[in-house]
Design a protein around this ligand. Sequence first.
Ligand code: NAD
Length: 359
Amino acid sequence: MSVPTRDNSSFKLMAQFGHQKLVFCNDEAVGLQAVIAIHDTTLGPAIGGVRMLPYQHTDEAIDDVLRLSRGMTYKAAVAGVNLGGGNAAIIGDHRTQKNEALLRRFGQFVEELGGTFIASLDIGTTPRDMEFIRMETECVAGLPKSLGGSGDSAPFTAKGVYYGIKASLKERYGNDSLAGRTIAVQGAGNVGEQLIALLREENAKVYVSDIVEERMVEVANKYKAVPVANNNIYELDVDVYAPCALGGTVNKETIAKMRCQIIAGSANNQLRNEAEDAQLLMEKNILYAPDYLINAGGLISCYSEIAGYNASRTAALTETIYETTRSVLRKSMNENIAPHEAANQLAEARIADMRKIKR
Ligand code: NAD
């Protein structure tokens, strides 16, 4: 029986979203205040980023970890890896308040969770920080190659997005050839650049934008892509718009301008208002490859690090994004539901099935 409390909003959220655990970590001696959320461990230990941000209120940190840990459960489930969803937030300014003692103390809290939470990189944490956490617990993924980790995840993320684009082309046009297809990549960062390289290798015509003009020009010249002003990218008459910069770029205002056939990119949370924007895209007959499905290459690489897989197994697992994207888009069309909804349903079905065989 649940106990009534005066402020039960966290419990309400946990009950609504099915979270298992919310852990508060406190150590005044090192100035550590952190929260760790474990959403679901049916498929395996809960993996999640450790972010360090100067939250104004503890509630904001709690909201963040509850929301993000749930997202990780779905991402891992639909990617077909045996991991659950978690997330951690250290409250503080990573530029001024982060130090070895704080990170190692956090690592001890992770260790106390007995292998149910695996820490990885997020906003405000670096590979070096993961090294400090690793000194206190083995439950860390995404370590640099020099420490036996999988290193930079961007190449795997880019490869997954490439498969997501090809799968979407197949569903829209009946063939997945990139030759002659037009693709607008927003953001020429770590993932964007590697994606552009893969697309250009197969003779796609690529447009590229970045708020850092120098970066845009450099990448455009290197791969013979066409630079475009960031504000004009939505209006391009292209096959694919690939958001690889930041979230929320697919919204009421931008959808009204869009002339692309497909949206498929690496950015997290691309739809500003998930349900409304997905509906607008369906009305405009723009195919949307769910972000969390096609950007799962980095997670797959972390999973390989944990499972001890080699590079070819990681590549094979990343390639499964192609077939999963096709299944999701077909389910979405057959059942007339939004693609992210179709992906959610696949994730939920896998978790429900695995619960049946869990002893
Ligand atoms: P990055 O920081 O290396 O690159 C982002 C690029 O976008 C930068 O060049 C930046 O100048 C540019 N940019 C920022 N705001 C912009 C704007 N308004 N318009 C145009 N360009 C803008 O990041 P990344 O590692 O390449 O990741 C790209 C996106 O993919 C992010 O949203 C990230 O959360 C997401 N993602 C990355 C990974 C990964 O493995 N790196 C995994 C999953 C999701």
